[in-house]
Design a protein. Sequence first.
Length: 175
Amino acid sequence: MAIRDVLTVPDPRLKQVSKPVDKVDDALRALMDDMLESMYAADGIGLAAIQIGEPVRVIVIDLAREDEEPNVKYFVNPVLSEPSEQLEPYEEGCLSVPTVYDEIERPDRVRVTYLDYNGKEVSEIAEGMYAVCIQHEMDHLEGVLFIDYLSRLKRNRAVQKVKKLEKEKERDDAA
Ligand code: GNR
Ligand code: NI
């Protein structure tokens, strides 16, 4: 397993539409293992493969708090359906837009159908933070970030903030 760098805005790869997976095999499981390790290293609750530069339709999520047992879920070729009419606001963040947080409204319930780590088909209803997270990750598979729902002013500010942050990090790394 390996910890991989998480891409940040304005990296154009984050705008790519990810490709469906053919087969859940050991090579794909190795990618899912790297995704989980990279997500934990970055203190995230979810990660889409494109965030580590792999444009395939794979997501990992672990919503457990630090004082809880890990609760890892892997999603291959996930599809959302039956979104609730009821929307709920939630303060979102993204490892690809570090230090930026803003409130986004999304359906508060949605069905998610996917293949799991072993390639078995699963279908379940997601609610609450699980619903928020799976919709946020599904957006990554379509090249969409949560800041794309904000005003152009807020989005541009967010990108500038991350660019500055990354530049400072580069400078610190060089020193
Ligand atoms: O770690 C993450 N936290 C988070 C908080 C609120 C809404 C969505 C998220 S997902 C994010 C990790 C990430 O960027 N996944 O793509
Ligand atoms: Ni994200």
